[in-house]
Design a protein around this ligand. Structure first.
Ligand code: FES
Ligand SMILES: [Fe+2]
Length: 362
């Protein structure tokens, strides 16, 4: 199936989703569908770029690939954070090739065109000899950037709602868990490569129907009998109180709360000390996904308490990778056209699949 036929089939898929059937399995195995998703999903909404600790001081920068577009995030001398497309206006080299650093200006490693930390072109060697050359004509393209707590988001869509509008009720839900975002400090990043389509990885996150059978350790931590899921416009949230065995009531955070922001950002809070882990889902190709976890803890959390939570998250992720890769092999077999969702336990998956279908149809 190509991007064009995705468009044509949209209303049939919408009807099928209303009957609690899944998206067509061909959408998980076709490079043409991913190409359409890159354009209509990933280039249209807010994406997580990194955290403020990566640009703590004036002149700090880091580079990141956003939907196959190289970008650089900087902090200027007035403290403002900028996100710039990291592609030189001269001949198209990446301006900055280091993953991170500190500098007074961004100098291209090819012919040394030099840009300010806000993207203005400030100098180009021998440009005075060039007739009619105006530096004002060649700034780096700016990417809309907003910050929520320690999390930096950007979008390539100049028409997108503000990040605050986009997040909706999510910050209030996070705050009610007892987490103080301003007290969080980044401790660690871990990356997991999953041999599965990005949608399989998201869908696996969006239900706990599999938790009893696939995550026995997690099942001891949160009370799966009272597990809930709730959908909003661009996000869904799920979780449950800590089990008594996990000592829920003495802890700063007494519930597990797992939030998903369309299309590719997850914000996890586990019962226990002040902790947040973010998980970004990045399609590498139509059957490979990179999951990037950033682990944040409040400053006072000990290394021992940190390790207990990080180890649990790592265990759950390793168990999930086995499941996702198995699903990819199954849907790629071509034997069945689609699956069946359990409406009482998989409505957040259905919400996600509707967002996919409606975005592709635009
Ligand atoms: S490509 Fe950047 S200065 Fe030439
Ligand atoms: Fe899982």
């Amino acid at each position: 199936m190509t991007g064009v036929s995705v468009l044509r089939d949209n209303s049939a898929v919408e009807e099928s989703l209303a009957k609690a059937r899944t998206l067509p399995y061909s959408w998980y195995t076709d490079p043409g569908v991913l190409a359409t998703e890159r354009e209509r999903v990933f280039n249209q909404y807010w994406l997580y770029l990194g955290h403020v600790g990566q640009v703590a001081n004036p002149g700090d920068f880091f580079t990141v690939n956003v939907n196959n577009i190289p970008v650089v995030v900087t902090r200027d001398t007035s403290g403002d954070i900028h996100t710039l497309v990291n592609v030189c206006r001269h001949r198209g080299a990446e301006v900055i090739v280091e993953p991170k650093g500190n500098c007074r200006a961004l100098q291209c490693h090819y012919h040394a065109w030099t840009y300010g930390l806000d993207g203005r072109l400030v100098s180009a060697p021998r440009s005075r000899q060039e007739p009619g050359f105006d530096k004002g004509d060649f700034p780096l393209r700016r990417v809309r950037t907003e910050v929520y707590g320690p999390f930096i988001f950007g979008t390539l869509n100049d028409e997108a709602p503000t990040l605050t509008e986009y997040l909706g009720e999510m910050p209030a839900i996070v705050e009610r868990t007892g987490i103080r975002l301003d007290a969080l400090r980044h401790r660690e990043r871990r990356e997991y490569l999953v041999k599965a389509n990005w949608k399989i990885v998201v869908e696996n996150f969006l239900e706990c129907y599999h938790c009893t059978v696939a995550h026995p350790t997690f099942a001891d931590v949160v009370d799966l009998d009272t597990y809930f899921l709730e959908e909003f416009e661009y996000f869904s949230t799920q979780g449950a109180p800590a089990t008594e065995a996990y000592g829920g009531t003495d802890q700063q955070v007494r519930e597990g709360r797992y939030n998903y922001l369309w299309p590719s950002f997850m914000l996890n809070i586990y019962p226990g000390p002040g902790n947040v882990s973010t998980n970004v889902i990045i399609p590498v190709d139509h059957e490979t996904t990179l999951a990037v976890y950033d682990f944040f803890y409040e400053e006072a959390v000990s290394a021992e308490d940190e390790k207990a939570v990080t180890d649990l998250i790592n265990l759950v992720m390793e168990e999930d990778i086995v499941l996702c890769e198995s699903v990819q092999r199954g849907v790629a077999s071509g034997v069945y056209e689609q699956g069946k969702l359990m409406t009482t336990h998989e409505h957040a998956v259905a919400h996600f699949q509707r967002l996919v279908n409606r975005s592709l149809a635009r």
